[in-house]
Design a protein around this ligand. Sequence first.
Ligand code: DX5
Ligand code: ZN
Length: 231
Amino acid sequence: MNWWLRRPEHRVAVAPSLLAADFTDLRADIAAMDAAGVDLLHLDVMDGHFVPNLTFGPFICAAIRRASGLFLDAHLMITHPQRYLRAFADAGVDAITVHAEADSPLPETVAAIAALGLRRGVSLNPGTPLAAVEPILDQVDLVLVMTVEPGFGGQAFDARGVEKVRRLAELRRQRQAAFAISVDGGINRETAVVCRQAGADILVSGSWFCRHADRREAAAVLRGTDHGAGD
Ligand code: DX5
Ligand code: ZN
């Protein structure tokens, strides 16, 4: 079974973005996501410099670790990720995803994440070509294709990422590589269909998923395993 799936019958993984979680009752919100059968949690770390927003760091990730046994993917939207890898590893995350656009040499940063025993993720902003990560595709466990400009939830889907997903799926086949293809930003009922068809393995969803009263149904909709449930 692929490492990103919580259950073998999940063909596509659902990863709620905690940016959209209820931070006034985080333990309960995470428990509801867990009960809904999500596959992993997506932690949006922002430094107010790489992106024009400031969220949380290792301290909150450690609290989330205490609240959940789910796989934690720390999406570092920060300029100097190499400075904080150990801190996030000590906080208990399972994967660290760094941006190709950050001020951090990708091969060395990815190797440092591996040296900490964590899954290695790299992310591309909508305007960044795949060429930025192609040379290291055999050294990563996850490629996070941004379908919004990073920094905020609730934005409209940027379809430039769909072709990247298709191309990554093709490159994975050609190179017999094993990385997961994840998409992040504006993922809802409609855009999930497009991303699944392009070959996405993991769907990160914040506002659309967290807005749903019935999260089990929301997860099924994103996986395409609902049966026409209403929105
Ligand atoms: C944006 C974050 C995304 C975002 C997704 O910088 O990386 O994970 O929170 O939120 P929605 O699903 O609302 O676009
Ligand atoms: Zn994210």
